[in-house]
Design a protein around this ligand. Structure first.
Ligand code: DLL
Length: 435
């Protein structure tokens, strides 16, 4: 089902005109903020860029003249430096956890919340959700954007929402068993945890009768998708978002699951080379950069997401015209270069999960040895008593070497189950002394 046929299937020329108009409005909105004035954006907004018109190429050319905004800028401007409306006009704030000190605070006006609910309704509909469906939301509610964001979208679509949040796994299983939800929204790692606890309690997760599961908030491989589908007996969909751009509801898979449609009437995407900052042509992998087009409280210009992906410009059979991005391959800053081989932790995940005797939980520890990246993977067998740990580690090491072309240490360990966290902690990065 397409939630907003008019916007999601708008023809390209009309979409480009709308984007140009909205970009102009956004630039006017930020032009007076000291952060942007200091970067010369006031002039740009008032000049040609303030009223970009004409073909898409012209719009993108204008955009390329504007400076990037980085996560560091957001932290430096904490709490309200990047807000474009006074505090009394805000309806809500959310925040990211801020593992490196200050959190990032993001804000919403009433209109922003309405936009967000609409985008999350589109996301849910993309995976086949219908008004009247019971949706079990096992994403954390609170400062994290996941729970409340999806909640708003589910209500907008007309679902019965079970705001289960994350944690209290036994109670969640009881609710799923008794309320028979049609859909589950969770992080992939928490959903696997739910399945595991269910199996320990002698419950087959397939017995819940779920039809779809929608996942996101952290990188997950096709191997995890296969495991989830096998455990729950549903179809698993990917959805992408980030607090800086509202939260969930930036891009999502439709029934074809061939990439994620990015809500281009609200966000303008670019892919850049993370080293040079130059824009890359469609089809080349790089860092996703997003400009918000309609946000009132917290507009962002050319925000470097740190997420690596590629744009897929071919039309999708579903009829949506918004461009697709491929599944996020990893974070730019989590890419490893181990003896010349570029690698993301999710690729390691793919190899690990081809071992059925291994748990879905794992951690990749990174550190620097001289100028080189070193990596070790910590894994946990599902049935430790029946496992020859040394033999398992040897086989895994050989498989990683063969499939990924790198030598990585393997250690069998007990890994925390992640309850109480918004996202699984998969990568312990000790390369810059911060993890
Ligand atoms: O994780 C928003 C969200 C909630 C998306 C629920 C989907 C579902 P943040 O906490 O700000 O927001 O984290 C954003 O998470 O920059 C990516 O690195 C990562 N991420 C989000 N979705 C995906 C995904 C929410 N589907 C950061 N695949 C982003 C891979 C993802 N990574």
């Amino acid at each position: 089902m397409i939630y907003n046929l008019q916007m999601e299937c708008m023809d390209r020329p009309a979409l480009c005109r709308l984007q140009a108009e909205r970009l102009g409005e956004t630039l006017q909105r930020v032009a007076a903020l000291p952060f942007y004035v200091a970067r010369g954006m006031g002039e740009l907004a008032a000049g040609a860029v303030g009223r970009p018109a004409g073909p898409a190429g012209a719009l993108l050319e204008h955009l390329e003249r504007l400076p990037f905004t980085t996560k560091q800028d957001l932290r430096d401007q904490y709490p309200f430096g990047l807000f474009a409306v006074p505090q009394r006009d805000l309806a809500r704030v959310h925040a990211t956890s801020g593992t490196r000190g200050k959190p990032t605070l993001v804000g919403y006006t009433k209109n922003d919340l309405a936009t967000w609910a609409e985008l999350c309704a589109r996301l849910l509909a993309g995976a086949g959700a219908r008004p009247g469906d019971t949706l079990h939301v096992a994403l954390n509610y609170g400062l994290f954007t996941g729970g409340l964001g999806i909640h708003g979208g589910a209500e907008r679509l007309g679902c019965l929402v079970v705001p289960a949040s994350a944690g209290s796994t036994h109670r969640q299983l009881l609710l799923m068993n008794d309320l028979r939800p049609v859909g589950l929204k969770a992080t992939p790692s928490y959903a696997l945890h739910l399945a595991e606890v269910a199996e320990q309690e002698g419950i087959d997760p397939r017995s819940f009768g779920l039809r779809y599961g929608i996942f996101g908030a952290e990188p997950w491989s096709e191997a995890v998708r296969a495991r989830l589908e096998e455990r729950f007996g549903f179809l698993a969909y990917d959805s992408y978002g980030l607090s800086e751009m509202l939260g969930p509801g930036v891009a999502w898979e439709c029934e074809h699951r061939n990439g994620l449609h990015l809500a281009e009437d609200h966000f303008l995407p670019e892919i850049i080379d993370p080293m040079t900052g130059h824009r890359l042509p469609p089809g080349e992998e790089g860092e996703l950069v997003l400009t918000s087009l309609t946000k009132e409280a917290y507009p962002l210009i050319r925000f470097r997401t740190g997420d690596r992906t590629v744009m897929l410009p071919d039309p999708c059979p579903c009829g949506r015209t918004h461009i697709r991005i491929d599944r996020i391959r990893g974070r730019v800053d989590e890419m490893l270069i181990i003896r010349g081989v570029n690698l993301f932790p999710t690729e390691v995940e793919r190899v690990l999960l081809s071992f059925p005797e291994l748990h879905h939980r794992y951690q990749v520890r990174l550190w620097r040895h001289g100028a080189l990246d070193e990596a070790e993977v910590l894994v946990e067998p599902r049935r430790p008593q029946e496992t020859d740990e040394a033999a398992l580690a040897r086989r895994l090491k050989a498989a990683i070497k063969q499939e990924l072309g790198v030598a990585m240490g393997v250690r069998v360990a007990t890994i925390p189950d992640g309850e109480g966290r918004n996202k699984a902690l998969r990568v312990i990065d000790e390369r810059s002394g911060v993890s």
